[in-house]
Design a protein around this ligand. Structure first.
Ligand SMILES: [Zn+2]
Ligand SMILES: [Zn+2]
Length: 313
């Protein structure tokens, strides 16, 4: 199996392939919309994440985006926007996200966000409506840790508790399906149908945590037993803002962020198939991030971690 190291660390550009023969146009596109493309745990992931500047991570197959950042073009096609918190590097482009969906006649999006910021978000969008003279059709839903939003029959999104200077939360996307109860395993189709017609509950709901996203948080979110599903999700997208002693673990905690040492100290907790590390501080160069991950992460963890480094020199 290819390790994280064997995979491309992400590529810049518009993801539409090369060789259209118009270099200038390609370059313009790249400059307008630089984003990474990763393939991890069976999911294609697109986005850009630079601490303090912009974070938006998109899972096209799920139709979900985590944070709008400055609204990279890719996030526009996600029907559901999960906002981890309302710092500008995570939410600044949300008006653009809603407006662009309207412009392209896409269905009005659903925006999930911490309920403590639901009202302020409403005021934010109301101001944009007044400025833009447009409808900005969307549905904003405040949810709290432990609460769920059913996207459709196949997927549900749950919020989980994180810690940051403003109200914040992470999200787990669960894949759900109905499975026949073991007691009925030997029955034929018509027999099961008869039971069902009689009002019998013949199936159990089975769910699998597919993807988890932390947003900005101190590293101790990992210790909360209520957050266990995020550590079991096939793919975990996790902030790791600081990677060296220029900003200590203690300072990272004061700023409400995760230091790589927080992750190293909890290395045995991650049962995820793959981990995408995001939100590195803009102070670092890509090479420094790669070197720090290699030097500090225990090997088994290192093998499943991939850094999102578009936007770094
Ligand atoms: Zn941030
Ligand atoms: Zn923040």
């Amino acid at each position: 199996m290819a390790t994280a190291r064997d995979r491309p660390a992400g590529r810049e550009g518009d993801g539409e392939g090369d060789g259209d023969g118009d270099d200038a146009a390609q370059k313009r596109t790249k400059n307008r919309d630089r984003h990474a493309v990763h393939e991890l745990a069976g999911y294609k992931i697109e986005g850009v994440s630079v601490g303090g500047r912009e974070t938006s991570v998109v899972l096209p197959a799920l139709g979900v985006a985590f944070d709008s950042g400055r609204c990279p073009q890719r996030c526009v096609y996600a029907d559901v926007m999960c906002l981890s918190h309302t710092h500008m590097d995570h939410v600044g482009g949300c008006g653009m996200y809603i407006a662009t969906r309207g412009l392209l006649s896409l269905t009005p999006p659903t925006v999930l966000l911490p309920s403590a910021r639901r009202e302020a978000f409403g005021t934010f969008i109301e101001s944009l409506r007044a400025l833009d003279d447009s409808e900005l059709n969307h549905r904003a839903i405040g949810i709290d840790p432990g609460e769920r939003y059913a996207m459709n029959k196949l997927f549900e999104i749950a919020a989980f508790r994180t810690r940051h200077p403003v109200p914040s939360q992470g999200y787990v996307v669960y894949g759900t399906k109905q499975k026949l109860k073991p007691a009925y395993a030997g029955l034929s189709g018509p027999e099961i149908k008869r039971l069902r017609d009689d009002g019998e509950q013949v199936t159990d709901k089975v769910e699998v945590p597919e993807v988890a996203f932390t947003g900005d948080t101190t590293g101790d979110w990992i210790d909360d037993p209520a957050n266990a599903d995020a550590l079991r999700a096939k793919l975990l997208i996790m902030e790791c803002t600081f990677i060296d002693d220029a900003v200590s673990k203690h300072d990272a905690e004061r700023f409400g962020h995760t230091h790589i040492d927080d992750i190293v100290a909890r290395a045995d907790k991650f049962q995820n198939e793959a981990i995408l590390l995001i939100h590195f501080s803009a102070r670092y160069k890509a090479e420094e991030v790669r070197a720090a991950l290699k030097a500090k992460l225990p090997r088994a963890l290192y093998e499943k971690c991939t850094p999102m480094l578009v936007g770094f020199d």
